[in-house]
Ligand binder design. Structure first.
Ligand SMILES: Nc1ncnc2c1ncn2[C@@H]1O[C@H](COP(=O)(O)OP(=O)(O)OP(=O)(O)O)[C@@H](O)[C@H]1O
Ligand SMILES: [Mg+2]
Length: 370
């Protein structure tokens, strides 16, 4: 086990800079999950850590060891790819044993490691088969097993579950979470899947365009996203974010105007002086918006109420999403924890607590989370 540290790491391909100066500390035994839009540089970061690519500048440490010039095979890192990259002509046993044979470990030691790892991953009955005789999930376990037997300082996972169907993915996510607790080895894990990130991560790193936007636990990112980009990225359905202008403060409660002059209250924030000439952004998560039977008399300083027309309703059985067009032309999505009866074209009333709102300044930087 070892920590991994990146200091001001940069990488360009030809004349375009892909990684633009990244500082990141991944603690010993911790699982760090990298998320971000396609092309933001997640896989590149993994390739730089394990040495498959050289960095242009900066420093990489594995434990206390400076590894910039250390070849991949000597870095003690195991990488598991989305494409399992198994050797097709070898059996499961041979695939798992290969790296240990290259290292010239004793035969008995190799057998012990392969068999005990295969048992953990429940593939011990498949050791004589070749990859083509396995299901996708079984192949993925072999790829993970091949990494485990090496007893690396750290595992790097690049979307290891994205080729699996959703049921198997869910099961493997659970298995990986158990494995993480069992192995206590440093892991760096890239995924597009929110549930995987939230389940496995001790720490989530949100990347955009070769830079890190924010690092934190799942709940830190959910409750206090650094900016609207992270706010929209974290959460199972994108946060609703409205451009608003400041009107006045009523007893410490900021009141804003939506684009059609509709008034909406924001969360109380201490020590912020709002400017009438600035644009702000008010965010509310779909899970915090409720449907009402009809408009009700209520104190607008507690509840914001909106009316709109359903554009699309997605019924998932027991829960679902409704996407609604507001009178001001903006869209709002809400998550309902019930079977949805609202249909496209229905007019509905919604409400949400002002204290569940997130507030961002004109640069889309957070002023107040929840
Ligand atoms: N060998 C290469 N030569 C030139 N450009 C490259 C090379 N490898 C990656 N890139 C570019 O670097 C950028 C980052 O790629 P990377 O594979 O790290 O993205 P990613 O965040 O893993 O994306 P995805 O989620 O789609 O896997 C992309 O714009 C990609 O086109
Ligand atoms: Mg990638």
């Amino acid at each position: 086990m070892a920590s991994i540290t990146l200091k001001n790491v940069r990488k360009s391909y030809k004349d375009s800079e892909i990684i633009k100066g990244i500082d990141l500390s991944m603690e010993d035994g911790e699982c760090t999950v990298l998320v971000g839009p396609s092309g933001c540089g997640k896989s590149t970061v993994l390739r730089l850590i394990c040495g498959l690519e050289d960095i242009d500048s900066g420093e990489i440490y594995i434990g206390n060891r400076f590894v910039n010039d250390v070849p991949p095979a000597s870095r003690g890192i195991a990488m598991v790819f989305q494409s399992y990259a198994l050797y097709p002509h070898m059996t499961v046993f041979e695939n798992m044993a290969f790296a240990l044979q290259v290292r010239k470990l004793k035969k008995s030691e190799i057998e012990e490691r392969v068999i005990s790892t295969a048992k953990i991953l429940k593939i011990d009955h498949l050791l004589h088969r070749r990859p083509k005789e396995l299901s996708g999930g079984q192949r993925q376990r072999v790829a993970i097993g091949r990494a485990i037997v090496r007893k690396p300082y750290a595992f790097l996972f690049d979307e290891p579950l994205s080729n699996l169907d959703s049921a198997l993915r869910c099961q493997m996510r659970y298995e990986l979470a158990k494995l993480k607790a069992q192995l206590k080895t440093t892991m760096v894990y890239v995924t597009h899947d929110q549930s995987e990130a939230m389940t496995l991560a001790d720490k989530i790193v949100v990347m955009r365009d070769g830079l890190i936007e924010q690092v934190g636990t799942a709940m830190q990112l959910y409750n206090t996203p650094a900016n609207t980009f992270v706010a929209r990225f974290i959460g199972s359905c994108r946060m609703n974010i409205f451009p608003v202008s400041f009107v006045e403060c009523r007893k410490n409660i900021p009141v804003f105007k939506m684009p059609n002059d509709e008034l909406i209250c924001g969360p109380s924030v201490e020590g912020v002086i709002f400017d009438k000439n600035c644009c702000y952004h008010l965010g509310i998560r779909p899970e915090d918006v409720d449907i009402m039977e009809s408009a009700i008399a209520s104190d607008m300083h507690v509840d914001n109420q909106l009316q709109g027309t359903v554009v699309v309703s997605e019924n998932l059985g027991g829960e679902g999403y409704i996407h609604v067009s507001l009178k001001n032309g903006l869209m709002i999505s809400l998550k309902a924890k019930k079977t949805i009866s609202e249909k496209s074209g229905d007019d509905i009333f919604m409400r949400f607590e002002r204290n569940k709102c997130y507030l961002f300044d004109q640069n889309e930087t957070i002023i107040s989370g929840i």
